[in-house]
Design a protein around this ligand. Structure first.
Ligand code: HEC
Ligand code: HEC
Length: 444
């Protein structure tokens, strides 16, 4: 009697637990909540943010609570680099930024990163690659004992410099709301499809699915060419600190490597200013898909959109993610850089491996293609001047797709480009008029 009651309880608890585990698993595998609402901010806050975005900062600026522009910086205003197609757009290659990573070496297992700033408010604070090598010296090669054999190793330069082109910020507030789970689910779905193609179709060249960038704290990165930030707010904080040298409530201003040259100061932006700037970027209008009025050109663009899906572009540039229609990105890291080019780096053996979650030099996040018609030049380094050049440049894990593109009749290739040209900056974007910076010339 007693025993059967116990068995019944055990049975119920077991059943309850299994239901819990199964529902948890199902919940984990669902894509999360889709984005439903447009980002919102009060008009006055947005206006205050716009003023800060367009402001040309100077050292000791009256609008700053600390030391203003600098001590190290890359330009004088946000809009200087984010101006194409209106305030908040992308930037040309002259506004590229030199980002560096110091890869791990024996005795320093972590990756350190930062920016080599173009300008400084004083001579002592200037930065260059030579100065960087003082902190991260080249590890000399030679005969090294590995296990019981001697192996010849080459010199290893831990410093990897990669120039990055300013991205457009239109619609950033929508991207900010895309759930981590929808990105993870997208990655899983692609993995299953690739495994399916390998097993069922024997296609061993099935496209590699890419991977989500898992940040050290477990969140998924969405912003930046390397998906290095999880939220828009954090990226804006880093942009203030690194590009303009503006300290803010989230991040200290970039300090020059010759740290002794500057004393610590108060944050330049207070909480109200910082919130206004974030709200402004967060509510920038989203890009639009604008079909030509001319019926013939319209048909061509529509055909291009269909081909974009058929030949596999949409496998990475997914038209919809997490409920955000028209974004054209999976937000996953892929290797599409030519493995034989200098920037490939596939073969280089670091003497201490990178942490597995950390992207390798040739991995880049699929950039959202919305607004792409107004954000030339292309690719992370802005080295592809046109859309055609950008498409042809896809190699590595996108080789089969770019080959499919090259095999299309010329009219079809043109149709795909016409389709990309319909992806435009929002027409309500405020016209940008970044002034030429005499001060910049002075600071060089
Ligand atoms: C010197 C040029 C320059 C200036 C000035 C600049 N940016 Fe940028 N911005 C860039 C570059 C380059 C990138 C791409 C960086 C990357 O992905 O690693 C970028 C990327 C961003 C992104 C990430 C967008 C995305 O979707 O990934 C945000 C947000 C941003 N900038 C905001 C700002 C704000 C706000 C300011 C002013 C405080 C600013 N930027 C000033 C060059 C600049
Ligand atoms: C395997 C995934 C993958 C496939 C397939 C793919 N792309 Fe890309 N695409 C990327 C990545 C990653 C980048 C950024 C690479 C970089 O910056 O180094 C990119 C960049 C681009 C850019 C430049 C965007 C910018 O803002 O600089 C365009 C345009 C583009 N792709 C169009 C296409 C078209 C058209 C196709 C189909 C012919 C295609 N892509 C197929 C992953 C992919």
């Amino acid at each position: 009697m007693f025993e059967s009651a116990l068995a019944r309880t055990r049975h119920r608890v077991g059943l309850g637990l299994s239901v819990l585990v199964v529902s948890w698993l199902m919940w984990m595998l669902t894509p999360g909540m889709p984005v439903r609402h447009a980002p919102h901010a009060e008009a006055a806050v947005r206006q205050a943010g716009l003023v800060l975005f367009e402001h040309e900062w100077t050292p000791g600026d009256a609008m700053a609570r600390g030391d203003g522009l600098g001590p190290v910086f890359n330009d004088r205003s946000c809009v200087a680099c984010h101006s194409q197609g209106g305030v908040g757009g992308g930037g040309d290659a002259r506004h590229n930024v030199a980002a560096f990573e110091a890869h791990p070496v024996e005795g320093r297992p972590d990756v350190q990163g930062g920016v080599i700033h173009s300008f400084a408010t004083s001579k002592e604070c200037r930065e260059n690659i030579k100065g960087l090598h003082q902190f991260f010296p080249i590890v000399p090669g030679g005969l090294k004992l590995v296990g019981s054999c001697f192996v010849e190793t080459r010199d290893f330069d831990p410093v990897k410099v990669q120039t990055v082109n300013p991205t457009a910020l239109f619609g950033a507030g929508w991207i900010d709301q895309i759930s981590d789970r929808s990105i993870l689910q997208q990655g899983r779905q692609r993995s299953w499809e690739a495994i399916g193609r390998e097993l069922l179709a024997g296609d061993l060249n099935a496209m590699k699915p890419g991977r989500a960038r898992v940040l050290p704290d477990g969140r998924i990165g969405k912003f930046g060419w390397k998906a290095q930030f999880a939220t828009l707010e954090e990226f804006v904080a880093a942009a203030c600190a690194n590009e303009l040298g503006l300290g803010n409530p989230l991040m200290e201003q970039a300090r020059p490597w010759a740290r002794t040259a500057v004393a610590k100061v108060d944050p330049d932006l207070d909480a109200t200013q910082f919130r206004a700037l974030v709200s402004f970027v967060n509510t920038l209008p989203r890009p639009v898909e604008m079909l030509p009025d001319d019926p013939q050109r319209r048909t061509q663009a529509e055909r291009g959109r269909a081909l974009f899906g058929q030949i596999g572009c949409a496998l990475c540039h997914t038209p919809q993610l997490g409920g955000v229609e028209g974004v054209y990105s999976d937000f996953l890291l892929h290797r599409v850089i030519d493995p034989n080019s200098r920037e490939g780096g596939y073969t280089e053996q670091p003497n201490v491996p990178l942490p597995s979650d950390h992207p390798s030099p040739e991995e880049w996040k699929t950039p959202p293609l919305w607004g792409v018609a107004d954000s030339a030049p292309y690719f992370h380094d802005g080295a592809s001047p046109t859309l055609e050049a950008a498409i042809i440049r896809h190699k590595g894990d996108a080789s089969s797709v770019s080959r499919a593109f090259e095999l299309l009749p010329e009219l079809d290739r043109a149709a795909i480009v016409s389709f990309l040209k319909t992806l435009k900056a929002p027409s309500e974007a405020r016209p940008a008029n970044p002034r030429s910076s005499a001060y910049i010339a002075m600071a060089r």
